[in-house]
Design a binder for this molecule. Structure first.
Ligand SMILES: Cc1cc2nc3c(=O)[nH]c(=O)nc-3n(C[C@H](O)[C@H](O)[C@H](O)COP(=O)(O)O)c2cc1C
Length: 452
């Protein structure tokens, strides 16, 4: 059998899929029962994890929210997934649970404490998607702070992760909790310590006041593919989410593996998951009909509002018949600007049409179960990726993927059944190891602390 594919499911606590279609249920995103049902179905179908993306942003162009964004529910409203996760932990026992916390907004001790708590509550099934924050122009307004430039946000993220790693790996020895009721000893003071950090952006002398969970450091994910984003991933990430065309993704993966070796890590220690949209139905014809219905629910105005959320760039004021001006700069997200520049750049109209069809996620796989898995196998072979981050279907959930694609993947021997008791890291790395690999910078913090 080939190395099993890793299968994660992408969600956000907002409108997903084509919410205007009558079969779409993402309008229930503020109902806990919606999430509990989804998590149980994901677990029963044997996928590796459910990822709840998050940010504080919303579309803003020329200092205002485009009316199309509010009218059509584009990237807003959006609820806080960290409030939903404990309920999902309670009703699952194998499903990994991954969420986002922003290094631009949440301070390291807050991230470290929330994630360590969730690692306990999930019994080692939690992952952190490290982001500098999508929709940054809106987020900065919301927090009343000047917008920090793109590359500097990644410098802050690097220092943030360094301190967070110290808190997870350095404060508590493995055998610090004694729990001797007779002697009245809860924890051994010799095995618990404050860490010190004096970095370019964060300073701390402190103790993480929750002991680490089964993974110590939550499994670390990252999703920015600009130069500084790639470096952050290469240095710390154990899983990377990518959304692009196959050719761009192939380059991103090989470049990030190369950068990982420059940081002294095994290039294979990062698992790359392609954002994959599967438009699947029992027959090919039904799948293509569904695709046409989905595209018809989205206007070019909405595509422009969505593009502005990811990039801060307003395509609606540009000449539709020319490519995006190559001198355009943005301090919001760069990946979705850079992928449409350069030789053979598409026109603005083509970019909008691409966003109307696919948003940031690249072209979908369309067809019956056999056809979509053939297409997915070809993408895996071309890119060298390790699996998929599956996008919600037209219903806003994953029912068609879980019911039609998972059995096909299993029949082809491409996935293995997750087991109770596995940590998220152990499962995704495939070696059962709960803790960071020895070549990860966080492992050196643990080694140094355990020698104290
Ligand atoms: C599949 C995927 C998931 C993402 N999830 C989040 C998220 O939950 N929160 C967020 O703020 N940004 C998220 N992003 C955006 C990235 O973190 C990043 O800001 C964006 O890709 C722009 O990259 P750059 O900052 O390197 O230019 C996601 C991106 C991708 C491709």
């Amino acid at each position: 059998m080939t190395t099993p594919w890793k299968i994660g499911m992408f969600q956000s606590a907002m409108l997903m899929g084509s919410w205007r279609l009558p079969e779409n249920t993402s309008t229930d995103f503020l109902d806990l029962a919606h999430w509990i049902d989804m998590a149980k179905r994901c677990e029963a179908a044997g996928v590796d994890f459910l990822f709840l993306a998050d940010d504080y942003g919303y579309p803003v162009v020329n200092d205002t929210i485009p009316p199309a964004a509010i009218r059509n529910g584009i990237q807003t409203p959006k609820a806080d997934p960290s409030m939903i996760l404990p309920a999902l932990a309670a009703v699952t026992e194998r499903l990994g649970l991954v969420t986002t916390l922003s290094t631009s907004v949440e301070k390291p001790p807050m991230v470290a404490r929330k994630m360590a708590t969730l690692d306990h509550l999930t019994k080692g099934r939690i992952g952190w998607n490290i982001v500098t924050g999508a929709g940054q122009n809106a987020s900065a307004r919301l927090f009343g702070a000047p917008m920090v430039e793109h590359d500097r946000r990644y410098e802050i993220a690097t220092d943030h992760v360094e301190l967070s790693l110290k808190l997870w790996e350095g404060c508590w020895d493995d055998d610090a909790i004694v729990l001797d009721r007779e002697a009245g000893v809860y924890a051994d003071p010799a095995k618990v310590r404050e860490i010190e950090h004096d970095g370019p952006h964060f300073r701390s002398k402190g103790l993480l006041n929750v002991p680490p969970g089964p993974q110590r450091t939550p499994m670390l994910f990252q999703a920015g593919a600009s130069g500084p984003g790639r470096d952050l991933a290469a240095k710390y990430a154990e899983g990377v989410f990518l959304a692009a065309e196959v050719s761009a993704m192939t380059e991103q993966i090989s470049d990030m593996r190369r950068r990982a070796t420059e940081f002294g890590r095994d290039a294979q220690s990062i698992k790359f998951l392609m954002a994959g949209t599967f438009i699947v139905a029992p027959t090919s014809e039904e799948a293509h009909q569904l695709r046409a219905r989905q595209i018809a629910t989205r206007t070019l105005d909405e595509a422009a509002a969505s593009y502005s959320f990811y990039t801060g760039v307003d395509l609606s004021v540009m000449d539709p018949d020319k490519p995006i001006d190559p001198s355009t700069v943005t301090e919001t997200g760069r990946t979705n600007l850079e992928r449409f520049l350069g030789p053979n750049a598409p026109t603005v109209r083509e970019v909008l049409e691409e966003f109307q069809r696919n948003s940031v996620m690249g072209a979908p796989f369309i067809g019956d179960p056999g056809e979509v898995v053939d297409q997915a196998e070809a993408a895996m072979a071309a890119t060298g990726a390790d699996g998929f981050l599956v996008q919600p279907d037209a219903t806003g959930t994953f029912d068609s993927f879980l019911e039609l694609v998972m059995p096909e993947l299993r029949a082809r021997g491409l996935v293995v059944e997750p087991q109770v008791g596995e940590t998220l890291r152990g499962r995704i790395r495939g070696d059962g190891r709960a803790r960071l690999a020895p070549d990860h910078p966080g492992a050196r913090i643990w080694e140094a602390a355990s020698l104290v």
